[in-house]
Design a protein around this ligand. Structure first.
Ligand code: ATP
Ligand code: MG
Length: 497
C-alpha cells in the first residue's frame, strides 16, 4: 500500500511483481547524463550492440542519483566473463572470490561483472556460515538480491537513461537510509564485511542506518575475525580514504565495531596520547581526498600506528637498546601485531617503515646529514609526517620550522642553516614537550653518533629498502641488533614481511 503510494508520487507507472524492477525514466530520477563516464557508455553500448544486456550498477548509480560524480563505474551484464573479454581489446579476467573482467581504456579501469545467482544455500561456507565461493551466474533480479544495500542495487542503462530498482533503493536514497537487502543476520553471516561497509556508507553519505540493519551489528561484530585479513585491509583502506575517515571511525565506535576487533582500531580509537596526532592525520587525509588529491596508504597507516611505535620505541630504549635499532624493533613489533588481522601489503609496510625510520634522521642537522635526507626518495612523506608530529605537540615546532626553511631555501641559505645548527647556535634537536614520549630521546644529543653513524650509512638504507620478494626480510636479520653495530647476518629463514 505504502509502496504503491510512493510509486505514485515518484510517477512510476504501476506496481509490479517483486522480482520485477520499478523502472524510472530520466525525468523521474534526475540523473545528469553528462556525469556518466564515456568509457562506461562505451562498455555498455559495446555489450548491448553484441546482443547482451548491460547496465551501470552499484555505487556509481547511487552516486549519480545523489548528484555526486562517481569515482569509478562498475558494469553488470548477462554476458559471461569470456564473452565480455572477447569484445574488448584490453580486457582481463580476474578471478578470486568472484570472476570479473577488468576492461582498460588507458589508465581508466572498469569492472564488468556477470549477473550473479542467489544460490548461496549450496555454496561452500566456513563453520560460521561465511560464503567461501559463490560464482554462479543468474538473472538480473537475482543479481540485485545478492547486492548488499538497497541503494547499491540499482541499474542504470545509459542508452535509455532508465534506472531499474528492485528493492526500493530510490525511496531509501530519498529518505537517506541504509537498508540491507534480505534478512540482516543472514546477510552479515554470509559476509561479515558488510558490517564495515554499512558503517562506511553511513558516515560517507551521511545516511542513517535503518533499525533492523543496525541492530545485529553489535552482536555479530566478532564474525569479522574470520574474514581473510586482505579483505579486511581493503575495506579499511576504503574507509580511511573515503574522505570521511574521522566520521567513519566514530561511526564504527558507535556501532560497537571497534573493540577487540581490529588491533588497528583499538590503537587508533583508544590511545590517549595519540588522539590529537591521529585526528590531525585523518583530518588532513580527508581534506586531500575532498580536494581530489591522492592519498598514500603508507603515510596513513604510518600515522595511525605512530603512537604505538613511539611507546615501544621508548620501551626498547629503556631496556638498553640504542635509538635506531630500538626504533626498528618497535616498527617490527607493531607491524607484526597488525599483520595478523590486517594484511598490510608489502609495499605499504615498507613505506610505513621508511616514514618512521626517517624521523630520528630529521634531528641530525649537522654536516651532510640534512642534504642526504633531502635526497631520500620519500623525503616529502617523512617531512609531512614530521610536521604532523610538531602540530600535535609531540615535538617542538622549531624542528619542523627549521626543515621547512631548509627545504625551501637556496644553496647559500641552506649552508647557513646547517652551519647555525652545527655550531650549536640553535637548538639542534627537537625538545620533547612535557609528558611527550619523545622524551625517550632526551639522553641522545642530536649529533651524537648513533649506531647507524658508527657503522656505514648503508645500514639505514638496508632498513629503508627492504629486500625483494623471496629474500630473507631485513627485520628478521635485525631481530637482535648488537650494541654499536647493527647485525647484518642473513641466515634467518625467509618469512613474510
Ligand atoms: P564505493 O563508492 O565506495 O566504490 P560501491 O558501492 O561502489 O562504493 P564497491 O565495493 O565498489 O562499493 O562495490 C560495488 C557494488 O558491488 C556495490 O555497490 C554492491 O552492489 C556490490 N557489493 C560490493 N561488496 C559487496 C558485498 N560485500 N556484499 C554484497 N554486495 C556487494
Ligand atoms: Mg565502487
Amino acid at each position: 500500500m505504502i509502496k504503491k503510494f510512493i510509486r505514485k508520487i515518484l510517477g512510476v507507472k504501476s506496481a509490479r511483481p517483486s522480482n520485477e524492477p520499478v523502472v524510472l525514466g530520466a525525468k523521474d530520477h534526475g540523473i545528469d547524463p553528462r556525469m556518466v563516464s564515456n568509457n562506461a557508455i562505451r562498455v555498455t553500448s559495446t555489450l548491448q550492440e553484441a546482443g547482451f544486456e548491460a547496465f551501470v550498477v552499484g555505487g556509481a548509480v547511487r552516486d549519480l542519483l545523489l548528484g555526486v560524480k562517481p569515482k569509478d563505474f562498475d558494469v553488470a551484464t548477462n554476458a559471461t566473463p569470456e564473452q565480455v573479454k572477447r569484445l574488448f581489446r584490453r580486457a582481463f579476467i580476474i578471478g578470486r572470490r568472484f570472476q570479473i573482467v577488468h576492461v582498460m581504456f588507458g589508465q581508466d579501469l572498469l569492472e564488468v561483472t556477470t549477473f550473479r545467482g542467489t544460490a548461496t544455500d549450496n555454496a561452500p561456507k566456513d563453520e560460521h556460515g561465511r560464503v567461501l565461493r559463490d560464482n554462479t551466474f543468474g538473472s538480473q533480479a537475482e543479481d540485485a538480491e545478492r547486492r548488499d544495500f538497497t541503494i547499491n542495487a540499482m541499474y542504470y542503462n545509459p542508452a535509455t537513461q532508465e534506472v531499474l530498482d528492485y528493492h526500493g533503493g530510490i525511496e531509501d536514497i530519498r529518505a537517506k537510509t541504509l537498508r540491507i537487502i534480505g534478512q540482516p543476520e543472514a546477510r552479515y553471516r554470509e559476509d561479515p564485511v558488510r558490517m564495515l561497509r554499512v558503517v562506511r556508507f553511513a558516515a560517507k553519505l551521511k545516511f542513517s542506518i535503518e533499525r533492523s540493519t543496525a541492530e545485529p551489528i553489535g552482536v555479530m561484530a566478532p564474525l569479522i575475525d574470520n574474514v581473510p585479513a586482505a579483505r579486511v585491509f581493503d575495506e579499511m583502506l576504503k574507509l580511511l580514504t573515503s574522505g570521511q575517515a574521522l566520521a567513519c571511525l566514530q561511526q564504527l565506535r558507535k556501532e560497537g565495531l571497534h573493540h577487540g576487533l581490529l588491533p588497528m582500531l583499538d590503537v587508533v580509537l583508544e590511545q590517549p596520547m595519540g588522539t590529537k596526532f591521529v585526528t590531525l592525520a585523518l583530518d588532513s587525509t580527508d581534506k586531500r581526498v575532498m580536494a581530489g588529491k591522492t592519498v598514500s596508504p603508507g603515510f596513513l597507516f604510518a600515522s595511525l600506528l605512530w603512537h604505538q611505535v613511539l611507546e615501544k620505541w621508548q620501551a626498547y630504549q629503556a631496556a638498553g637498546e640504542l635509538p635506531i635499532p630500538a626504533l626498528h624493533l618497535a616498527a617490527d613489533e607493531v607491524l607484526d601485531s597488525q599483520t595478523e588481522k590486517l594484511a598490510i601489503q608489502r609495499k605499504i609496510g615498507s613505506d610505513m617503515r621508511d616514514i618512521w625510520a626517517m624521523q630520528p634522521r630529521f634531528e641530525r642537522r649537522n654536516g651532510k646529514n640534512p642534504y642526504k635526507l633531502l635526497e631520500h626518495l620519500r623525503f616529502r612523506a617523512g617531512y609531512d609526517f614530521l610536521l604532523l608530529r610538531c602540530a600535535s605537540g609531540e615535538i617542538d615546532r622549531e624542528l619542523g620550522d627549521w626543515w621547512t626553511a631548509f627545504y625551501e631555501a637556496d644553496e647559500t641559505v641552506r649552508a647557513e642553516l646547517v652551519s647555525v645548527a652545527s655550531s650549536g647556535g640553535k637548538k639542534k634537536k627537537a625538545a620533547p614537550r612535557r609528558g611527550s614520549r619523545a622524551a625517550a630521546q632526551d639522553d641522545v644529543p642530536a649529533d651524537a653518533p648513533t649506531d647507524a653513524d658508527e657503522g656505514d650509512e648503508s645500514d639505514d638504507d638496508e632498513f629503508l629498502n627492504p629486500p625483494a620478494e623471496g629474500e630473507a626480510p631485513a627485520r628478521k636479520r635485525r631481530r637482535r641488533p648488537r650494541r654499536g653495530r647493527r647485525s647484518g647476518g642473513g641466515n634467518a629463514p625467509a618469512g613474510d614481511a
